[in-house]
Design a protein around this ligand. Structure first.
Ligand code: TRP
Length: 453
């Protein structure tokens, strides 16, 4: 493949790509999910396990996806088809299975992701004074599974379709170049704020002082080893892996020279933002007598608003927090939509604007279901994040490790010189053996074979 500009469009700058990929990675997973699962599993030890998983499964898969996209130069299905040609029928079978599931995952995940993001939109507007600020529980209760969430869900989908319809450089790159620095600034301000209002040192201890007893032992004294598998599953959800989002973004890269380094930068940004979000949220929790870090999914939408209510400047803080959540969700939602749109544009040759509108409309329509039904929301979340993404990750690891030519496989390491050779060999062993086995363990655990969940 040459580095000639691609007629299908692409990122104009390297920093634009890094911000877009980080925008995809940093999302509800970092600011909503990471803190609540860390809270449930008792803090520091879980964080440590999670960091290992990012390094052992996340980074290798991130590189696999980026290089498949960069060398394939097409949507997830097209890229896999092209690069696995030399592997005959096995290559074709894996391509269609992984590619098809990837597009379906993007479709299904966005349908409920936009619902949760819609709640965040409503909260941000309520803190801005547009709606009465009720107690967290009441506010959440009026949205969760209710028709009242529909306008906000709709609004959020319009935002996402608008960006994707405007193209990779004119839409995605431009949006992320504004959203990501703002997100970092808001998070920084929130960190300073909790530094003043208190709880930061307890929060720090909670997140960074590992207590393995707490991780592995449930309240009743039983073991809960599924914490490790939960950390593994979350590691690739948070890095947007397993459904070709990074394949798609990688396909818009102009050069493969910096693929390895950029992948590492994205993973570090994602991890740092999750940890800082955790620090902020738990500082708020610990500055209140009796508040619970292990409140589960309601931590951000129920517990936090209750605590903001009696903090100095709590309304401004609440507003900033939910704007942060909306920005994070928005830059992730566009990557979910882009996987579907790139497939329609590259593989089915549709016009981008039509594809974005059509796919957006269909995803919005499906989203009405999880917006109105909490069990539908759980169902879609479970099917996709517990089964489809791990299976997709497994397929991508197999394709990258076993079905690509050596030339394609090692392309991103070449620019690194002699160290690149060593890294390429190490990566090949990991992606062939370690990643598939670990991901298979996650899937077996989710199926209950290992006694988890
Ligand atoms: N990574 C995002 C988050 O943390 C979610 C996300 C966006 C995602 N695109 C994805 C997850 C693709 C898996 C695959 O919220």
């Amino acid at each position: 493949m040459s580095d000639a500009p691609q007629p299908r469009g692409g990122f104009a700058t390297r920093i634009g790509f890094v911000l877009a990929a980080a925008g995809s990675a940093v999302g509800l997973g970092n600011i909503w999910k990471f803190p609540y699962i860390t809270g449930e599993y008792g803090g520091g030890a879980f964080v440590l396990v999670y960091l290992f998983c990012i390094a052992l499964v996340g980074l290798p898969l991130m590189y696999a996806e980026l290089i498949i996209g960069r060398r394939g130069g097409s949507d997830v299905l097209g890229s896999l088809r092209k690069l696995t040609q030399s592997s005959g029928p096995a290559g074709a079978a894996v391509s269609y299975a992984v590619g098809g599931m990837a597009v379906a995952s993007g479709f299904l995940i966005l349908s409920f992701y936009a619902v949760v993001a819609g709640w965040a939109v409503y909260y941000a507007l309520a803190y801005a004074g547009l709606f009465p600020l009720e107690a967290g529980g009441d506010m959440f209760g009026s949205l969760y599974g209710k028709n009242k969430s529909l306008p906000w869900h709709t609004f959020f989908m319009v935002l996402s379709v608008g960006v994707v319809a405007a193209g990779v450089n004119g839409g995605i790159e431009r949006a992320c170049k504004v959203l990501m620095p703002m997100l970092a600034a808001i998070l920084g301000i929130l960190l300073v704020y909790v530094g003043v209002t208190g709880g930061l040192s307890e929060s720090f201890t909670f997140l960074f002082k590992p207590d393995f007893d707490r991780l592995l032992r449930a309240e009743d004294g039983g073991l809960k080893p599924d914490a490790i598998l939960e950390a593994l599953g979350h590691a690739f959800f948070t890095l947007s892996l397993g459904m070709g989002a990074m394949v798609t973004y990688g396909s818009y890269l102009k050069s493969e020279v910096a693929v390895v380094r950029d992948g590492i930068i994205v993973a570090i940004l994602d991890t740092v933002i999750a940890l800082v979000a955790g620090l902020v949220i738990f500082a708020v929790v610990f500055s209140h007598e009796g508040a619970e870090p292990g409140a589960g999914p309601g931590l951000v939408f129920v517990t936090l608003p209750g605590l903001f209510a009696d903090m100095p400047g709590g309304q401004v803080f609440g507003f900033a927090f939910f704007v942060l959540l909306v920005f994070a969700a928005w830059s992730s939602a566009i990557s979910l939509l882009e996987v579907v749109v790139a497939f329609l544009v590259d593989s089915l040759k549709l016009d981008r604007k039509m594809a974005a509108l059509g796919a957006g409309f269909a995803i919005w329509g499906l989203g009405i279901w999880p917006a109105r039904s909490t069990s539908a929301l759980d169902l879609l979340d479970n099917i996709t994040t517990k089964y489809m993404l791990p299976l997709g990750g497994l397929g991508i690891a197999i394709a990258a490790g076993w079905l690509l030519t050596k030339e394609d496989r090692e392309a991103g390491f070449r620019a690194l010189g002699p160290i690149g050779d060593v890294l390429a060999k190490g990566w090949t062993v990991i992606i062939r053996f370690v990643t598939p086995v670990l991901v298979a363990l996650v899937i077996l655990n989710k199926l209950g074979v290992l006694g988890g969940e």
